[in-house]
Write a protein that binds this ligand. Structure first.
Ligand SMILES: Cc1cc2nc3c(=O)[nH]c(=O)nc-3n(C[C@H](O)[C@H](O)[C@H](O)COP(=O)(O)OP(=O)(O)OC[C@H]3O[C@@H](n4cnc5c(N)ncnc54)[C@H](O)[C@@H]3O)c2cc1C
Length: 390
């Protein structure tokens, strides 16, 4: 039986960071993953270029039952700290948009960097072996791996959430948390495309058409691109609001966020022979302009329409309501919202308050970031926080 100072379950973003930090502090660490390869989600992230952080990271860009929980870890290990690490490895990067930092080359560089950091901390890696049991007795955690048992006084849950199960993602973190009596906030797919049914299936004909919109769910709005798909709605604006969306709620779309009120009656005076489709076509893709005009029943020249009708159309175009009948689920969700309740954990160390030396980090915890590098920054910061105290 091998003995360690800490066993970290999950060699993803948070587990790798946690292991490297604790290992470099002189702790004897075992990092375990059932996958054959560490950091698989990092490898496919950001279209293969890994959007590794966001310079605008702040706790208000995360969803959690306790919106203050993430502040401590995010404040102590910042986007600049991770960027300094990236630069120390000579990894070239660029800011794409909205503070999102990507590798110029490949996401593989981030995984190699983290593995190198683990090497510097003499971390033992156990890949490709399933965890078949975990228990706690006499102050030690005993983890059974296929054919091997390892023990340590500290255990870190870093196995992420169940998004993209075909990559080996599981709800194991929640099972383990429940085994030790920790509450779990109902998990749900987030950063996920939404599906349309009923009358709204007509919009599926627009599959492939994108436009910059303001999308709203509840009180939260994002201005980014929305994309029609063969199943419904996607694109960054929709992925962002999906994390706030609940079944049965409408999603609001402002198709014309830059148009001022009264533009259509004004257009009637300057270009009376134009159709709504033609006018919208100046701003929106033609197929979308056509569908929206048809749905509004306004296909004739605008000179034939009353100002009242034009004002109603304006309102409809800036407050379009879709009522998604669901989402594409964990199969397509970039992250899982919900997870191990923050009420169970210290925000300073990520240690469970009621279970000795049990920690949870990364996506397994009920902290879910916006699209754009925020989820990795949470993984780095929470992994770092636990790594400091193991
Ligand atoms: C397609 C895609 C693209 C993404 N792009 C970005 C991006 O560009 N920027 C960003 O910030 N976020 C991105 N994300 C989200 C980001 O990948 C996750 O939030 C982040 O990886 C979470 O880190 P984690 O360490 O908590 O979990 P993970 O990185 O998911 O790691 C968990 C690890 O635990 C292992 N594991 C699971 N179950 C078990 C088990 N039973 N036994 C042993 N090991 C287990 C898994 O194999 C995995 O290696 C993306 C996600 C996806 C799916």
């Amino acid at each position: 039986m091998s003995e360690y100072d800490a066993i970290i379950l999950g060699a993803g973003a948070a587990g790798l960071m946690c292991a490297a930090v604790a290992g470099q502090r002189g702790r004897k660490i075992l990092l375990v993953d059932h996958a054959e390869q560490a950091g698989k989600k990092i490898l496919i992230s950001g279209g293969g270029r890994c959007n590794f952080t966001n310079v605008h990271t702040a706790a208000d860009r995360y969803i959690s039952a306790n919106p203050h929980f993430a502040k401590s870890a995010l404040g102590r290990y910042t986007a600049q700290d991770f960027l300094a690490l990236v630069e120390s490895y000579g990894i070239a990067w660029h800011e794409k948009t909205l503070g999102q930092l990507f590798c110029d080359g490949s996401a593989r560089q981030i995984v190699e960097m983290l593995l190198d950091e683990c090497d510097k901390g003499c971390v033992d890696l156990s890949l490709g072996r399933a965890v078949t049991g975990v228990d706690h007795a006499d102050g030690r955690y005993r983890v059974s791996l296929d054919g091997r048992t390892v023990t340590a006084p500290a255990l870190v849950i870093a196995t992420g959430g169940p998004s993209i199960p075909k990559m080996g993602a599981t709800g194991f973190a929640y099972d383990l948390a429940r085994q030790f009596g920790l509450k779990v906030v109902e998990p749900r797919p987030a950063l996920v495309p939404l599906t349309l049914g009923g009358d709204e299936t007509l919009f599926r004909e627009l599959s492939g058409v994108a436009a910059e919109v303001v999308a709203t769910a509840g009180k939260t709005a994002f201005r980014e691109a929305a994309l029609f798909t063969h199943r419904g709605l996607s694109g960054p604006a929709i992925l962002q609001v999906s994390s706030y969306w609940r079944n049965g709620q409408p999603v609001g779309i402002d198709f014309l966020p830059d148009r001022e009120s009264g533009w259509l009656p004004a257009a009637k005076r300057t270009t009376p022979r134009a159709t709504l489709r033609k006018l919208l076509g100046g701003t929106l893709p033609d197929r979308l302009a056509e569908t929206l005009s048809e749905r509004l029943g306004m296909t004739s020249e605008i000179s034939t329409l009353t100002d009242r009708k034009l004002q109603d159309a304006e309102r409809a175009l800036s407050h379009w309501q879709f009522t998604p009948n669901g989402s594409e689920g964990y199969a397509k969700a970039e992250v899982t919202a919900g997870g191990i309740s923050t009420a169970e954990l210290s925000s300073q160390t990520m240690q469970a308050k009621r279970v000795p030396m049990l920690y949870a980090v990364g996506e397994a915890v009920d902290v879910t970031g916006w699209l754009g590098g925020y989820n990795f920054q949470w993984a780095w910061a929470s992994g770092w926080a636990a790594g400091q105290v193991l």
